[in-house]
Design a protein around this ligand. Structure first.
Ligand SMILES: [Zn+2]
Length: 308
């Protein structure tokens, strides 16, 4: 199946999430004994480094216990065939694991460098977002009491006021305004020199995706767009967003970039975009790497896929 969302990094998962088992503590306890683990030190997963078969982020239960993984904080990710996969935090840093031949590698590099099979990038993103949420939600947002993990990691309960809290996913629109054969890209001050990407911004409460696209393009560049169409989505575990990729039909061209967010904004021809995707632009300009949804939006545009 060539589903557009499957083309970006963090989007594919070989796991069956088996959500109907999360609320069964006996089943979860049994599954933990023979499980495999993604182990995180802070926001970085551990990798056993080897040339063959390559860096491996999956550890057995014995190793997880030897590394003092927080089993009471282990989050159930799903079943990989018959094997349960969990994510758990471990104490320590680089120096703790160096002697074991283990490195901590940030999740962005894992995707950009293709360090794991694409179908394992989804579980890595799932693990990072869930562990991050637990690390930051130890107290009830309603009454301030300590909360407890429940449902194998998909809920936190407050024993004081009875509130239940659920992991959040923040929707972000990322869009390519198109005017005939040109499209609009911009660069943020933090980007590598030469890189241009799609405009993006958080969806606000009470807003449709289409309205969010029109508002963000207007705020950031002063360009008006009317029609908005959906392209694909991508989990983005920094810490827990869902990127929603769209095309937007531009009805004006004059640019007045917001200097607080945009270092430069430009219209690019389809030919230039093709050169940027392949790192052959005469001025050295380039687009984000293929794991990024912005790259996939641009690739569809260059390939002439139907966008409106
Ligand atoms: Zn509470």
């Amino acid at each position: 199946m060539d589903e557009r969302s499957q083309r970006s990094g963090y989007s594919r998962s070989r796991l069956d999430r088996t959500a109907n088992r999360r609320g069964d503590p006996a089943w979860i306890a049994q599954a933990l004994r023979s499980a495999r683990f993604l182990l995180f030190s802070g926001d970085r997963p551990l990798f056993r480094i080897s040339d063959n078969p390559g860096p491996d982020p999956l550890f057995d239960a014995g190793t997880a216990q030897r590394f003092d993984a927080g089993m009471d904080r282990a989050v159930f990710l799903g079943l990989d065939g018959d094997t349960a996969l969990f994510a758990a935090p471990v104490p320590g840093d680089e120096t703790t694991f160096d002697a074991e031949g283990i490195k901590l590698i940030d999740v962005r590099s894992v995707a950009v460098q293709g360090l794991v099979a694409p179908a394992l990038l989804g579980p890595v993103a799932q693990a990072k977002s869930l562990l991050d949420w637990h690390a930051r939600h130890g107290y009830c947002a309603r009454c301030g009491a300590s909360t407890r993990m429940a449902d194998a990691g998909y809920r936190r309960d407050c024993p004081s006021c009875g509130a239940s809290h659920f992991p959040r996913t923040d929707p972000v629109v990322i869009m390519l305004p198109v005017d005939g054969a040109d499209c609009l890209l911009a660069r943020a001050p933090r980007f590598q020199p030469g890189m241009y990407s799609a405009l993006a911004g958080f969806v606000e409460p009470g807003e449709t995706l289409e309205d969010a696209v029109r508002r963000e393009v207007k705020e950031e560049t002063a360009v008006d767009v009317d029609r908005v169409t959906y392209h694909s989505s991508q989990p983005w575990p920094f810490p827990s967003s869902l990127m929603i990729g769209c095309f937007a039909r531009a009805v004006s061209r004059d640019l007045d970039p917001d200097p607080r967010e945009i270092a430069d904004a430009r219209w690019f021809s389809r030919t230039e975009i093709g050169e940027m995707l392949n790192h052959r632009h005469p001025d050295g300009l380039f687009a984000p790497p293929s794991m990024a949804i912005a790259h996939q939006l641009l690739k569809s545009y260059v390939a002439g896929e139907t966008i409106f």
